[in-house]
Design a protein around this ligand. Structure first.
Ligand code: SAH
Ligand code: SF4
Length: 342
């Protein structure tokens, strides 16, 4: 086991040999616990319309510079069929948060239609923000079995600093939504952003212990990547107290976080986040070498990708999936071993 003190020391450590050792130890645990494979989730970014205003996010409601789109049902189904044909095994439907019934019912009907592809062959993960327990239940019954909802940071004070104080962005509500997902029976995934303004290695150590304590079977953690047209960028440009780590430091911290989590909870699914690739062209391969076992190739139609800018990801638009030496579990759902045990 690894103590909070050791976690903080490793997060602060700049010795390349110790860091390589940490990644090797995590990759070894991954290999021994869940085997050599990496599993894929085809990522479908269904819409960038969002009712929320998270201060860090480029598709927040208040960003009038963001051009909005929503994929048609046919476009989503074409993506899902593509994922099936490419033997990705699973899809993730991600988008801005919308709670109106036109949207939530549309998702229910889409889930039924995706389930018919290959007779239920595709695993389906949703990532559509906070919804009522009823909506989560409808979607579960329609065939979604995994749901991603990051806590973003486990520290309630830091959470308040990166979200507006308007009654719609609450740490407590986020926890409640995560508990609903678990009790309905989803494999609930969560995670945090790494390298946020005001965040230090004590916060990050607490994040890791929180994610372990909450017993999530899957985790996606990635670096904070600033977006020019967001309030958080304006704040960090004007307030020296709100500085955040450099690109190289955020990359290093993110990879260490993946390794530390793998050591803390060996049998969970850990995603190599797409945001890593915005920092380094080989970001996702580095994450796999550091202990991650899930990759989410973007299969959104290319005409729309440029509008789904959660963060500045110009580098990502030409994305080409190169996972180096990794062995891929084609055609498999790649569910979390941790969940199956629970
Ligand atoms: N609306 C849904 C899903 C889309 S956002 C939701 O919020 O859950 C998915 C994730 O993108 C968020 O959880 C957040 O962690 C991440 N994200 C948003 N803006 C980001 C930024 N500037 N840098 C890094 N990650 C960001
Ligand atoms: Fe909306 Fe998600 Fe962005 Fe928040 S992080 S503004 S909920 S898309």
């Amino acid at each position: 086991m690894i103590s909070r003190r050791e976690i903080i020391d490793l997060l602060n450590c700049r010795d390349p040999e110790i860091i390589s050792d940490l990644h090797r130890r995590a990759a070894d645990i991954k290999l021994r616990t869940i085997g050599p494979k990496v599993h894929l989730r085809g990522l479908i970014e269904i819409s960038n319309i969002c009712r929320k205003d998270c201060l860090y996010c480029g598709i927040r409601k208040g960003n009038t510079l963001c051009e909005r789109y929503t994929l048609t049902d046919e476009e989503v189904l074409t993506c899902a069929k593509h994922a099936y044909a490419a033997e990705f095994g699973s899809v993730v439907i991600q988008g801005g948060e919308r709670t109106d019934s036109i949207f939530t019912k549309r998702i229910t009907s889409l889930l039924h239609r995706i389930k018919r592809i290959g007779d239920g062959a595709l695993g389906i993960t949703l990532s559509l923000g906070e919804q009522s327990a009823e909506v989560y239940k409808d979607w579960f019954e329609a065939g979604a079995h995994r749901y991603l909802l990051r806590i973003e940071t486990s520290d309630p004070d830091l959470f308040r600093k990166i979200h507006p104080d308007d009654g719609y962005h609450s740490y407590e509500r986020r926890i409640e939504a995560l508990m609903d997902l678990k009790s309905i029976g989803y494999q609930a995934g969560s995670g945090v952003m790494i390298g946020l303004p005001w965040q230090n290695t004590q916060h990050l150590a607490s994040d890791l212990l929180f994610l372990k304590e909450m017993d999530f079977p899957m985790i996606g953690m990635g670096p904070y990547v600033p977006h020019d047209d967001t309030p958080l960028t304006i704040i960090t440009n004007s307030d020296p107290g709100a500085s955040f780590p450099s690109v190289a430091e955020r990359l290093e911290l993110s990879l260490k976080m993946i390794s530390l989590l793998r050591i803390l909870v060996p049998d969970i699914n850990i995603a190599a986040s797409t945001a890593l690739e915005a920092l380094h062209p080989k970001g996702r391969i580095m994450a796999i070498r550091a202990g991650a076992n899930i990759v989410m190739p973007n299969i959104t139609p290319s005409d729309y990708r440029k509008y789904y800018n959660l963060y500045d990801r110009k580098a990502l638009l030409l994305e080409d999936l190169d996972l180096g030496e990794a062995e891929i579990g084609f055609g498999e759902w790649g569910d979390s071993l941790h969940f199956n045990k629970a």
